[in-house]
Ligand binder design. Structure first.
Ligand code: FAD
Length: 481
């Protein structure tokens, strides 16, 4: 493997300009690295002692293990996130797979994935059709209903009304109970972390097109082989080599503008710079607003922020005395837990028999006390993997992320602000800003890249930072015309 320094892109020429990026999540890190590449001196500031924000890992005191706050998956269509990983030399730490195993209670399995027979491939959107048609998890009527909905989604404009909910759209397209429960609710909970009646249909359409229709490459799934915060090890040297740095354990409390530069106030002193990028989640942005200079447009921004709401995700981390499955990951049907990740197989150098279970979009599970949540998760796991009944549970952790993601209900687009803010030389990023993507690492990376473009434009040196979308493949090129 190449040394970290070899994998980072070369140090560019300094513009002499300075920028403070507030928030060291994926949005802030992406903005910071893109701006350093553009020649600015960047200070990246975060209140925590590690980078990554809502996509990070830490030493869990209860189990004495470094765990991710939750398994994070990306897809081939996440071009900006992958671009950020490339920039910091982390792209080769992602394990990619095109195969997905769906398991019913009792253990019956269906495999979904692109058709491959030697060199023979089917063109998109037919690449997944053979495995879908042979999947035992769906009845013939479910398959007909899903096929009808997929065909509708292939037509441009067929699911573009931002005021319509996915639930209403699905009812208009005659979906069966099996299709609703085993496909729509599951895919939507996994990708958009909300119920079908709380999602604007264009967001669901985007996810379905990217994951199942546009190309096999767009729908391939990626998972980090190392704990999430270790993925970002390249960020600090990347910024340092370009004249910048990272300040951890530095909570920002406010900022002042003197007509030429910003002074960002933190609990451990002040940081001055000509530009600022605020890359905070919407709740933290709301708290910062009263501590920014008064300006026309601030009240409107506060009104937009107030329209956002968050959704929880829970993860249950279990260590057994033996292996309970040979699968790396699986989708679990008809129960509260949606995903199983076999972390001992997925993460390099991870010993033991460590299984992570993910429960998305359910406020009821998030409200359960710890012992009850773990008991329920283990009982459900045994329905899918009988070997778990004989295994001894050595230790367990429950991670509840109550503010995991923001929702994308009908009409939400008017509440997602662009990178250019009402303040001079202060720009906004964060997964909740106007990226067109739901609450994901890709939305965060896009927002960081859009903010970097806005800073470069304000400096008078416009620059393309956003990574291009993947091209449509096969028949999808014709169907999209
Ligand atoms: C449990 C869970 C599972 C998820 N699963 C997936 C998944 O599988 N795939 C996917 O793509 N996405 C997933 N997401 C969503 C994804 O994690 C987020 O969309 C993304 O990480 C948001 O990045 P961000 O930079 O916009 O915000 P954040 O990650 O929230 O970053 C904001 C940063 O600001 C810092 N901060 C806050 N206040 C201050 C302050 N006053 N001063 C200084 N710093 C401050 C925080 O410490 C944080 O580091 C999941 C999220 C969670 C929580």
């Amino acid at each position: 493997m190449k040394e970290l320094g070899d994998r980072l892109s070369p140090v560019g020429e300094h513009s002499g300009k300075t920028v403070t990026v507030i928030g060291g999540g994926v949005a802030g890190m992406s903005a910071a690295c893109a701006l350093a590449e553009a020649g600015l001196r960047v200070q990246l500031v975060d209140r925590r002692g590690y980078l990554g924000g809502r996509a990070s890992s830490y030493l869990h005191p209860g189990v004495g293990e470094v765990i991710d706050n939750c398994q994070h998956v990306l897809f081939g269509c996440c071009t900006n996130l992958i671009g950020f990983y490339r920039r910091i030399g982390a792209a080769d730490r992602i394990h990619w797979t095109s195969q997905m195993t769906m398991i019913e209670p009792g253990g019956r399995r269906s495999r979904l994935g692109p058709f491959e027979c030697g060199p023979l491939r089917l063109p998109a959107p037919l690449h997944g059709a053979p495995s879908f048609l042979s999947a035992k998890a769906f009845s013939f009527r479910d398959k007909l209903a899903l096929g009808r909905a997929m065909r509708a989604l292939m037509r441009p404009g067929a699911a573009d009304d931002p005021a319509e909910s996915l639930g209403d759209w699905l009812r208009r397209h005659g979906q069966t109970e099996g299709a609703l429960n085993r496909f729509w609710r599951l895919v939507i909970a996994s990708a958009l972390n909300a119920e079908i009646d709380s999602i604007a249909v264009p967001y669901a359409a985007k996810v379905i097109r990217e994951l199942f229709l546009n190309s096999a490459e767009a729908g391939s799934m990626g998972m980090s082989c190392i704990p999430l915060s270790e993925l970002y090890a390249g960020v600090t040297p990347y910024l340092a080599e370009r004249g910048g740095g990272v300040r951890l354990n530095t909570a920002v409390e406010g900022a002042a503008w003197d007509g030429a530069q910003w002074t960002v106030r933190t609990r451990s002193g002040e940081v001055t710079s000509e530009f600022v990028v605020v890359a905070l989640p919407f709740e933290a942005m709301a708290q910062l607003l009263p501590h920014l200079p008064p300006v026309e447009g601030a009240a409107e921004l506060a009104g937009k922020i107030a329209r956002h709401e968050h959704w929880p995700i829970c993860s249950v981390h279990l260590w057994f005395d033996r292996e309970i499955t040979e699968l790396e990951h699986a989708v679990l049907l008809d129960r509260e837990i949606h995903w199983m990740y076999n972390q001992s197989r997925l993460q390099t150098g991870r010993g033991g028999h460590y299984i992570e279970l993910v429960v998305s979009a359910t406020r009821a599970f998030a409200a359960l006390p710890r012992e009850q949540a773990i008991r329920q998760a283990v009982a459900e796991l045994e329905e899918f993997f009988p070997r778990a009944k004989d295994a001894k549970l050595l230790k367990a952790a429950l991670v509840k992320e109550v503010r995991a993601t923001f929702g994308v209900p009908p009409g939400i687009d008017t509440a997602r602000p662009a990178a250019v803010s009402p303040w001079p030389r202060l720009f906004l990023a964060g997964d909740w800003t106007a990226t067109g993507w739901p609450s994901t690492m890709e939305s965060a990376a896009r927002s960081g890249h859009l903010a970097a473009e806005a800073v470069c434009a304000a400096m008078g040196t416009p620059r393309m930072v956003l990574d291009a979308d993947l091209r449509l493949r096969g028949l999808m090129r014709l169907l999209s015309l």
